[in-house]
Design a protein around this ligand. Structure first.
Ligand SMILES: O=C(O)CCC(=O)C(=O)O
Ligand SMILES: [Fe+2]
Length: 357
């Protein structure tokens, strides 16, 4: 539980009624529950997940997110992501754009690579600040390993519903190959701290679709908003204790030839009194192996082949590997790399589905 009692999410703001799915039922192969997951994955690309069994690990990750706020900036900056498009490491407030005009974001976060966790204590990609290292064995590694299991189980259900041979998606997310998969702790200052975090109408983290396959997200305070498909409106997702929020990312849109949805979302000021509290959120992102080309898996599934046939030619062919896709999106979000509105276009993914490398 959070150390301070958080004000409740207000009941007078519109929210998105995500389907609530039961991980235990899904894992047990319950057909009705699997039908509901399939519906969620196709229509909104977002759902709540209960009974996932990762509550304790996620709770400890929230504490790490909070500790990031106490670390000296000089220390954090030693582990900064840089501007080349690498995701792993620390991202300081104000370093990425939240819109076409180049407005600065107002969250800090750190990303820990799944590869670095699995090879710990030997780094595969990079090293991290002490908050991560000192808690690797008790917190970060258990969170990553359990999140991998949840995400891989959900992906195998989508695989089966897509008509793909068992093991197809596992092969594209092989943990023995490098990938952009990572754990993330995000932190935004409370409104009362005199910070610029929560300026009215400004996104804290700009509208985006996720870059990889599947995101397993934990929220305590509101702020996450989902774009309602077919409209320009964004509505809050209400955090429910013990319920994770899951969403599909761009890679699954390409693999499925557009059958599945990677929905646009953003983070804004938490509603009502909640904005007076520090907002931490915790996520695990499963992304395909770096060398996997993002394209429809037409030869593995008649339904994917039919979906591609019905779509404009080449719509889901990116010509990019997953590693290139993620690096491009990160690189052009970085304000240091910004030349003008074209940089925003260059960072886009399936939000408009027009991007090529
Ligand atoms: O903080 C949140 O609730 C969502 C963050 C998010 O969308 C992301 O990190 O991709
Ligand atoms: Fe996201």
């Amino acid at each position: 539980m959070p150390s301070t009692v958080l004000p409740p999410f207000p009941d007078d703001v519109p929210t998105v009624p995500l389907l609530i799915l039961d991980y235990e039922l899904l894992k047990a192969g319950d057909e009705e529950e699997i039908d509901r997951l399939w519906k969620a994955g196709r229509e909104l690309g977002f759902w709540y997940l209960k009974n996932h069994g990762v509550e304790n690990e996620a709770r400890r990750m929230f504490d790490l997110g909070s500790k990031m706020g106490q670390l000296p900036m000089k220390e954090k900056m030693k582990y900064e992501q840089g501007d080349s498009g690498m995701s792993f490491g620390y991202k300081a407030v104000g370093t990425i754009a939240v819109d076409e005009k180049g407005t600065m974001d107002s969250v800090e976060f750190f990303n820990v690579s799944q590869d670095d966790v699995l090879s710990w204590p030997v780094p595969t990609h990079r090293t991290y600040f002490s908050t991560v290292n000192d808690n690797m064995d008790v917190t970060v590694s258990p969170f990553v390993r359990k999140s991998m299991e949840v995400n891989n189980t959900l992906l195998s259900i989508f695989e089966s519903r897509l008509g793909l041979r068992a093991g197809t998606l596992a092969g594209l997310h092989d943990p023995s190959e490098t990938s952009g998969s990572e754990a993330r702790c995000i932190r935004a200052e409370p409104k009362s701290a005199g910070s610029s975090s929560y300026v009215d109408g400004k996104a804290v983290l700009g509208a985006h679709s996720d870059f990889g396959s599947l995101t397993f997200l934990h929220n305590r305070i509101g702020g996450l908003q989902i774009q309602i498909p077919g409209t320009s409106q964004f509505h809050y997702v209400k955090p429910i204790p013990g319920h994770a929020i899951c969403n599909l990312g761009d890679a699954m849109v390409f693999f499925s030839g557009g059958i599945l949805r990677s929905n646009t979302h953003r983070v804004v000021r938490p509603p009502g009194e909640q904005s007076r509290h520090e907002r931490i959120s915790v996520a695990f992102f499963t992304r395909p192996s770096d060398s996997v080309v993002l394209r429809p898996l037409v030869e593995g599934s008649a339904s994917i082949a039919a979906a591609v046939e019905a779509a404009p030619a080449g719509k889901y062919e990116t010509g990019a590997t997953a590693g290139e896709w993620v690096a491009r999106r990160i690189r052009f979000h970085r304000l240091k790399n910004r030349t003008g509105p074209e940089s925003w276009k260059a960072n886009r993914g399936t939000e408009d589905c027009a991007n090529k490398l």
